[in-house]
Design a protein. Sequence first.
Lengths: 57, 521, 416
Amino acid sequence: MSDKLKDLLQNGPIAINIGIFDFAETLKIQGVEVIHLNWSPPAGGDPELIELLDQLL
Amino acid sequence: MITRCIIRKNAYYDSVFLMRVAKRISGQKGILEAAALMGTEKNKELLSDIGMAGPEISSVRPNDLIIAIRAEDEEPLSAVFENIDHWLNESQGQAGTIPCRTLEEALTHLPHSNLAVISVPGQYASREARKALEHGLNVFLFSDNVSVEDELSLKGFAREKGLIVMGPDCGTAIINGIGVGFSNAVRRGPIGVIGSSGTGIQEFTTLVHHFGSGISHAIGTGSRDLSDAIGGITFLSSIEVLDSDRETRVIALLSKPPGPLALQNLIHRIIQCRKPIVTCFLGPKQDPDDANLRYRKARTLDDAASLAVQIATNNPSPRLEDRSFKFQELINRERIHKSPEQKYIRGIFAGGTFCYQAQQILQDAGIMVHSNLPLEGNSKLRSPLLSVEHTLIDMGSDEFTSGRPHPMIDAGLRYERILAEAKDPQVSILLLDFILGLNASPDPAGELLPAIAEARGQTRKQGGSLSVIASVCGTENDPQNIQRQVKALEEAGVVVFSSSAKAARFCGFLVTGCPEESSVR
Amino acid sequence: MNDIKQKIDMANAEAVKRINEADPVLVDIAPAGEVIPGLKDRMVLHSGPPVTWPNMCGAQRGAMIGAVLFENWAGSVDEASRLLENGIIRFEPNHHHQAVGPMAGTISPSMPVWVVENRTFGNRAFCRQVEGRQQFGDYSDSALEGLRQWRDIWALSLRKGLLGMGGLELRPIIAKALTMGDELHNRPVAASSLFANGLVGPMLEAGVEKGHLLSTINYITKHELLFLGLSMAAGKASVDPAAGIEYSAVVIAMARNGTEFGIRVSGLGEEWFTASSPRINGLYFPGYTEKDAGADMGDSAITETAGWGGLVLAGATGILSLVGGTPEEALAYSKEMRQITVTMSSSYRMPVFGFQGAPLGIDMRKVVQTGITPIIDTAIAHRNPGYSIIGAGLVRAPMECFKKALLRFGQKYGVK
């Protein structure tokens, strides 16, 4: 088992939130260090480009 | 129209700065044109090109500031000139920051991160989750609509890296006392729980709290983890980490019945586990347990919570006190004023597990229901929008939530459905769940009370009486405060139970007749 | 990590390594026709990707006419237009000739250009003089007079001083200017001043005739945008060795002709990937508004390609107003740019970032992935021929260029 999983349980989450903004806020009010990503669909959601990116990046 | 200028000797300003000052002045009411520039020859030409010239302008030098304004009349012009320092000194713009757009950038700010909480639309969720795993982050994956293939590949990859993927479709976790996603403020304690559904975990953890014990960690796995396709990868990693966790003394596993292969894996792991294990696999009644069983089986979430607390605290089975009234009285009270045609239960659920568990409880009581997500042995609704006979609906399922907020966040969907059910004169009982906690609606009861009142009124108009039976999942420490929620519901005539299982069982009694009082807890 | 990703990452690392190692030195100021390969008689180079006369924007047409008149190939505006329209005067992009030019970017044979040599790799790049009139499309005689003085007095005087001193290293000037509030695109004030400091002595020493000397000193000490021509040439000389690296996704050119915005990518040869030139979010000189503005134009985005300009707005305290006014906003732009670049410059550092390097090497994959396109500082030309500069602002490279490049990349390297 990795230290990362143990670390998560022992020390609690230090989180990066990708998606629903409230999930970051509710972590923050519990005193968790969290960064909310300003996420948008990759390649503007174009499936062909996303598939390319998956292979290239 | 009126044009005038101000000259400031030896007052150097950056030209772009002055352009912005001019732009702001131009935006004032009554100002037709504004120019702010240094007195270079080129700038003086520019001014004369727009008809702003004169002896005072031609005599300025390159280090002098010119502010020239054309206005509709005197008032706006002098308003600006009387306060010229304000325009030159005012801080420009708002202090804005562009937030992180990529995981890599976020990690430069928070290099010790250990968890990615992902709730992007399903088609993008896998790649974000994979990226997080590549960067050594555990993943809480709230997104649904992730394919089984992707789930398997993500969990396999996570296992290789010694990480965990909670989800997809994972609503709840409590890690070291911190609630992630939809979670309740429960006491910390010796009971670790691993569950395939968010509401299942919420109900279990709040019941443990009400029984006086507490939770070490609660780990969500996603609804398919114990299918044969996935093989329980997250369950197994979670058991392993809870087995070595100092705080955890008992481990509870909550899920629908595992696939046969997944169950084999699970039992293999349970045998090695040093800690007692309680399972609750909701579903149809199964064969009696064999004698060699290494874990304790519970039939409902209530039983699982009670059993776990009993083992963890070495106390006899804890009991939750419900209202002080007598059951029979309550049943009698609910049964008067019914019209002869009122026969059916309509369960309108926000929590999928509550819908499922209620079906199990009613089925055990001999009541078959229709559902959009039927338990084995029950029938599937032809249309999820149309209830027939006894119907229990999971309003949080995809067909309702695509493009609409989940009923735990916004009561809109359930509101409409409650009104629709009340128009059916055969409906006798409305069964509801209210889920409190982080990220849930700030006032779940309050949002539905008008619909409940209107539904009851509608039934009275039809010559009957509508029983509204509900459970509230939450604690006194949740932001919504459970006491206030319960009180509001009871004042509106709702019969409120402390668990969803009890509420469902009570509905069964209302339909089938008088129960043995001792069998109700 | 799969094979192709690894290849791309290695190729990108090689590309930014070459840019980092660049050592641009100003070695000459010479008539374009004598030094720029392939610039023939009766030919004018222009900014941006290739364009035809009918598609050419107003400002660039005006500048072309100005260049033809400047060369005395025509005696009137009408005649100049006719020669251009009929293909008698040919025109090709600067980028096809190791050259770059600001705004309309017009370079004609007798126009002296900055000659910058990258001493590490031995390649040369060229850029014309930066001024505020003809390059914006103003072909009036007074606009052309500025070009004549450059040709007949200033360039000659500077050349004499420069050759006497044996060339001028640009890297130290650029590095210092970045710590002095410049971003070397819209604001090269500090660099211009440092450059002037460096040339006055050598011009004196080389015995430049007093009248010319005074005129030239007056020109270089008052011309705040003087160094832009040098930062562009230095940028081009620095980035060119990073071109043509198989598998590299690093952008090695961004250029606009007022009609189209085009990019080139290291691993994709000489092909341009284009989209319509964007509108500029800008501030205007008195008497002009966005209704008068032409679309984005010029090769000056070579500065962003090299890792300066919009990429280092955080450090450019001098033009905070351009980005909205607060240091936080400027900082945010540079932070954002770090999300689409391969690395940080080892040569050019930003004090506001605790002296971390400037973002370097735009990776077109990251642009498409994140939706963040490079931010470019720019000046604004009029939509019609015959005007000087009318404003300045910020513009984003259009996403479409990067999407097209990514698709071609997939085709070329056999990714389904």
